[in-house]
Ligand binder design. Structure first.
Ligand code: NAP
Ligand code: G3P
Length: 471
């Protein structure tokens, strides 16, 4: 059985306590990681604090070299990482490898962008301060806590770790339980890359047991968190003065405004709704469409859903088991509630434990839970609304505000509607998605605070340091 240890101060920790990681496909252990104690976690922060100033003093190009070595270790081991990931989160093997390769691209772009985080220089003349020049550089915030979700165990980890390190911060990284084998493996790769002692620490253990210990440590200067609204709000409530970037849940709507390219719309909607079995924050999680267009669109969606393969990650099935039985029960509950309230199941509504067939539900109404809650699974509700104004209203009534999609061939209409939708981003004529990773990525309302994306991550992990020259 795979066994990985936490990494603290460049030492692999074996404290005799273990956390078993269950393979969602077999529901058997995929491996185990160290289950850290409160003292272990405090030691990780002490190591990060002790090494931070010296690390910040290392010149940028040298820091970049270290992060590049880490990147090269990831590339060298990409197939092993993909295999581990696929076993622990039931992501298709090919898709897992794609996530690792996307992560390598993120590091490469991050390293390039880090060179362009230039100081801001300005004179005071505009405010009558004629003999002052201000130079405002970006400097490290200090010790950064990075917490990643289960569904992108390397991508949403390294998208925090790489910018943090290259800008001179040190990192305490908490992977999701489902994702900890991948996360702890990253710790071993960091050792192979010979990162300086203490700058990168991996703390493993179940969030509900050690989460509050991890997020309340006094050494934290910034928390970059990706995960659910519930946990994100718990972190907010900690009330510390720590800077926060929170990327949380979503209920991305797809507003279909015309029938001028329904085949393409259907491709985008199904790809957006059922990628990684719907376990994406940016998944399309509701379709808002008029009766007239729905009568033409629904059969196209149904045909595509029925073509999705269902099975094992090792066979690269489109739909693989959701992360655990609890999640499957929640998803099934949303389907059952919709059925009880009169919705039409066009296809799906079938499960074998946590393997859930992709489900398309028509005639969903706003009194049904699936109209508002985030299934984080292979379920897509169609809500029939016969006015664009009403569609916008329903879209905006959600407590989420991550992304949205507007499908319309008239670009002026599409832009006008997009401007009225209250989300971080609106995609015109494509599914909602975080990529390309150089774009800012943000959620508003319950979907988060702060901004991710490569340049934004570099900026969020630094602060201004001003130098005013009087002459
Ligand atoms: P989650 O249950 O909120 O867990 C996220 C991370 O927080 C995990 O590492 C988890 O560790 C940790 N955690 C749990 N309790 C904690 C606590 N008290 N204090 C600090 N950390 C704690 O979310 P998930 O199930 O991994 O991911 C699914 C959710 O994340 C969905 O809502 C999805 O929409 C959202 N998500 C958002 C984005 C985005 O970019 N906006 C991306 C991906 C996912 P354990 O696993 O050990 O509990
Ligand atoms: O849920 C992960 C979130 O970051 C979405 O990423 O690239 O699948 O849109 P992506």
């Amino acid at each position: 059985m795979r066994e990985f240890k936490a990494l603290i101060n460049n030492e692999l920790i074996d404290n005799g306590q273990w956390l078993e990681i269950i393979d969602p496909t077999t529901l058997q252990p995929a491996g185990r990681v160290t289950a850290l104690s409160a003292q272990d976690i405090d030691n990780a922060y002490k190591a990060a604090r002790a090494s931070q100033k010296a690390w910040e003093e290392v010149e940028l190009l040298k820091r970049m070299e270290y992060v590049k070595s880490f990147r090269n270790e990831i590339e060298k081991n990409k197939n092993e990482i993909a295999q581990i990931m696929s076993e622990e989160i039931a992501k298709g093997l090919k898709e897992s490898l794609g996530e690792v390769e996307r992560t390598i691209e993120i590091i490469d772009y991050t390293l390039e962008e880090a060179k362009r985080i230039d100081p801001l220089a300005m004179t005071g003349e505009g405010m009558g301060a004629k003999n002052k020049i201000g130079i405002f550089s970006r400097v490290a915030k200090g010790v950064i806590l990075a917490i990643s979700p289960f569904n992108y165990p390397i991508n949403l980890a390294v998208a925090k770790i790489a910018p943090a390190l290259v800008m001179g911060n040190t990192v305490v990284f908490k992977p999701a339980t489902a994702g900890s084998l991948t996360g702890a493996f990253l710790g071993q790769l960091a050792l192979n890359a010979k990162l300086p002692k203490g700058i990168f620490n991996v703390v493993t253990g179940r969030g509900r047991e050690i989460g509050d210990i991890i997020t309340s440590n006094k050494e934290i200067d910034m928390i970059s968190f990706t995960g659910s609204v519930g946990i994100g709000n718990q972190i907010r409530k900690q009330g510390s003065s720590t800077d926060l970037v929170l990327e949380l849940g979503g209920k991305d709507p797809a507003l279909v405004l015309d029938d001028k390219n329904l085949e393409k719309y259907a491709d985008e909607i199904i790809g957006g709704a059922f990628g990684y079995s719907g376990q994406r924050c940016t998944a399309i999680k509701r379709v808002l469409v008029s009766d007239e267009i729905a009568d033409k669109l629904s059969p196209l969606l149904k045909a595509r859903v029925e073509k999705l393969t269902v099975g094992k990650p090792s066979e690269n099935a489109n739909i693989t088991p959701v992360i655990d039985l609890k999640s499957a029960d929640f998803i099934q509950g949303l389907i059952d509630d919709a059925k009880e309230k009169g919705a039409t199941i066009l296809t799906g509504d079938k499960r074998e434990q946590n393997l859930m067939w992709p489900t398309l539900i028509d005639n969903v109404t706003v009194d049904m839970k699936v109209a508002w809650e985030e299934p984080f699974g292979p379920v897509l509700p169609i809500i029939r609304i016969n006015s664009v104004e009403e569609m916008i209203k329903i879209a905006n009534e959600s407590n989420f505000g991550l992304q949205a999609s507007v499908f319309c061939q008239d670009i002026s209409t599409a832009i006008s509607v997009a401007k009225q939708i209250e989300t971080g981003t609106v995609n015109i004529n494509s599914k909602s998605q975080r990529g390309p990773d150089c774009f800012p990525f943000l959620g508003i309302k319950d979907s988060g605070e702060g901004v991710q994306g490569i340049r934004e991550a570099l900026l969020s992990m630094t602060r201004y340091k001003g130098l005013v020259i009087n002459y």
